[in-house]
Each structure stands twice: as structure tokens, then as C-alpha cells.
Write a protein that binds this ligand. Structure first.
Ligand SMILES: O=C(NC1CCCCC1)N[C@H]1[C@H](O)[C@@H](N2CCCCC2)[C@@H]2OC[C@H]1O2
Length: 330
């Protein structure tokens, strides 16, 4: 089997990309953030503290004839941005892009942190990282990808994210009409559970490409691109008036600035991020100061190829016995 689901940016800054996910019988459709940087499928629900729900669609297990409580199971997840959620676990039928997991662990939130409450566009997350990152106790539960991989024509899913328009996630198939040239594959280190790979270097604007190993994760659930200080400083050195602002917690510049393209290497291939993708958004609504889409990864401890990078490419997440990532321009 194979399938495809449209994914849309939740706002004009491409802060996240959501997909419709059907849960239960009859179907309850929620808009979930597909996150390759985590491995819990969790949802806003009828069990979520009422004051922490603010316009999100909710999953009500008691209205689904196929829901079952997983007795004794709990979960609690904390993300890199310090957001958190926690609750209990049900199993139910889950369908994404026409592909069904008949008994998918659905982690039902009893509580969520403020940043989730304030984002009415996201009804939960569907984690597509490796099972080792799953937070369920006393035992981890498989991801949706893990549950369907055996039924897929090919053990892969692909990401075709776009700037300010709908893209797609495909499952079980690599659609060659969605990219140009050829795919270049790179090995994945699944420790501790991210899609972690080594980029072969970078280039800033028309400057010479710098061949150097840059270890990072392909993370659809992170908005921006986070890289080593030296690379980031070299990039913003080409943007007149750019500064690393303590006030705003990162590199900022005049919204009217022209930003150079940023190239990252995958093997012998090169992915070009248009400079415009690095003009992420005004620091506050209406400000003429803009926050950069490329930021420093020092405080994180790992480099993150988030949506700013991913939307410049077509990416194959290959979950075969030797996991790997395929990258192509588009
Ligand atoms: O915490 C990270 N990434 C970290 C960012 C800082 C540097 C380290 C990694 N990703 C989260 C993301 O921010 C959340 N957010 C929801 C609202 C729209 C934007 C996305 C969403 O929930 C969990 C996950 O996705």
C-alpha cells in the first residue's frame, strides 16, 4: 500500500505544517503537526483540562466504538522549546492519507503547556521519529510509521514542504514528479532516535562551498534552521545591519534586507535555501526588524535542519533495516 496527504503551513510564517488525521469510529478528524523530531502521537481530547483548550479540535474516545484504554499507561513529553504535554493512552483506528493503523496508540492529553493552548491550529502531534524517543510508560508504544511500515510498498515516507503553500507527505512511495535531478542518500544514526545525518558542508551566497561535516537532524517539527555559531556568524556578516540580539534571542536584521541564499551539502549534492526563506518574520507584528530563519545551535547542543531547510528540498525518510535520508532539489 501507499498513500499521500496534503500538508499546509499553519500560518504565513510557515511556523509548522499540519495534516488531517482521522481517529476512531466514526472518524474524528484532527489537524496534527507531523514531527520527525519526536515519536509520540498525542492529541487534544475530552480529557484535556478545559482551561487549556482554546479552539483546538479534540478527540473524544468515549464517542469512538473502536477506542480502548491502555490500562496503566501514561505519557509525558517535553520539547526543545520547553513546551510539554502529558496524559493517558488509548488505542484506536488511525488513518493518514488513506493508510490505516487499526490499533494505533493515541496518547490523549490531560494537560498541555501554554504554547500548545495558544496555538489553535495544532490539535496535537504525530511523531515520526524512532520508537526510542517515545515517552509512554511503563512501555513505549510504536509510532504510526512503525505500525504501517510492514504494509507499505516501500518502507519510506517523504516530505515535500513548501513556502506559504500546501505540500505533501507520501507514505510507501517515492514520487519522482515531486523533485528535480536525482536523490542523494546519506546514512542515518538512529541514536538517540532522531533522523540524524551528516551534511557535507555549506555555502553562503556566491562564496565558495566549504566542505566540512555538519551533523544534524532532519526535523519537520522545528520551524527554523539551527547551525554552528561559525556558520551563522559568517552568514549574517553578509547582511548589513544584522546583529545577534539578546533582546530577541537571536539574529535579527531589517526586514527590507536582501538575504543571500544558503547552500548545504548532502554527499556531492547541494540544496539551495533561497535567501527569502531566511527572512522568517518580524520580531513582533508590524515591526521593521525581522528574525532570521537561520539561528545558532549552541544552546541546543545539536544542529537542526528544520522547516526552513526542509522546504527547499524533497526528502525521503527511509525506515528500512538501514535507515537513511534521501535529498533532492525541486
Ligand atoms: O521544540 C521544538 N523544537 C525545538 C525548537 C527550539 C530549538 C530546539 C528544537 N519543536 C516543537 C515546536 O516548537 C512546536 N511548535 C508548536 C507551535 C507551532 C510551531 C511548532 C511543536 O510542538 C513540539 C515541536 O513542534
Amino acid at each position: 500500500t501507499s498513500g499521500s496527504v496534503a500538508t499546509s503551513p499553519i500560518d504565513s510564517s510557515d511556523d509548522a505544517y499540519s495534516i488531517p488525521v482521522s481517529i476512531g469510529t466514526p472518524a474524528q478528524v484532527l489537524n496534527l503537526d507531523l514531527d520527525t523530531g519526536s515519536s509520540d502521537l498525542w492529541v487534544f481530547s475530552s480529557l484535556t483540562t478545559a482551561s487549556e483548550v482554546n479552539g483546538q479540535n479534540i478527540y473524544t474516545p468515549s464517542k469512538s466504538s473502536t477506542s480502548k484504554l491502555v490500562s496503566g499507561a501514561t505519557w509525558k513529553v517535553k520539547y526543545g522549546d520547553e513546551s510539554t504535554s502529558s496524559g493517558v493512552v488509548y488505542t484506536d483506528k488511525v488513518t493518514v492519507g488513506g493508510i490505516t493503523a487499526s490499533s494505533q496508540a493515541v496518547e490523549v492529553a490531560k494537560t498541555v503547556s501554554a504554547s500548545f493552548t495558544s496555538n489553535s491550529d495544532i490539535d496535537g502531534l504525530i511523531g515520526m521519529g524512532f520508537d526510542s524517543l517515545n515517552s509512554a510508560k511503563p512501555s513505549a508504544v510504536p509510532t504510526f510509521f512503525d505500525n504501517i511500515i510492514g504494509n507499505l510498498d516501500s518502507p519510506v515516507f517523504t516530505a515535500d514542504l513548501k513556502h506559504n503553500k500546501a505540500g505533501s507527505y507520501d507514505f510507501g512511495v517515492i514520487d519522482s514528479s515531486k523533485y528535480t535531478g536525482s536523490l542523494t542518500y546519506v546514512a542515518v544514526d538512529t541514536d538517540p532516535g532522531y533522523w540524524k545525518f551528516t551534511s557535507s558542508g555549506y555555502g553562503i551566497g556566491s562564496a565558495a562551498f566549504k566542505s566540512t561535516s555538519v551533523v544534524g537532524i532532519a526535523d519537520t517539527g522545528t520551524t527554523l534552521l539551527y547551525l554552528d555559531t561559525a556558520i551563522v556568524k559568517a552568514y549574517y556578516a553578509t547582511v548589513s545591519g544584522a546583529s545577534n540580539s539578546a533582546t530577541y534571542g537571536g539574529w535579527v536584521f531589517k526586514c527590507s534586507a536582501t538575504l543571500p541564499n544558503f547552500v548545504f551539502g548532502v554527499g556531492s549534492a547541494k540544496i539551495t535555501i533561497p535567501g527569502s526563506y531566511i527572512n522568517y518574520s518580524p520580531v513582533t507584528t508590524g515591526s521593521s526588524t525581522c528574525f532570521g530563519g537561520l539561528q545558532d545551535s549552541t544552546d541546543i547542543g545539536i544542529n537542526i535542519f528544520g522547516d526552513v531547510a526542509l522546504k527547499a528540498a524533497f526528502v525521503v525518510f527511509d525506515g528500512s533495516d538501514t535507515p537513511r535520508l534521501g535529498w533532492a532539489s525541486k
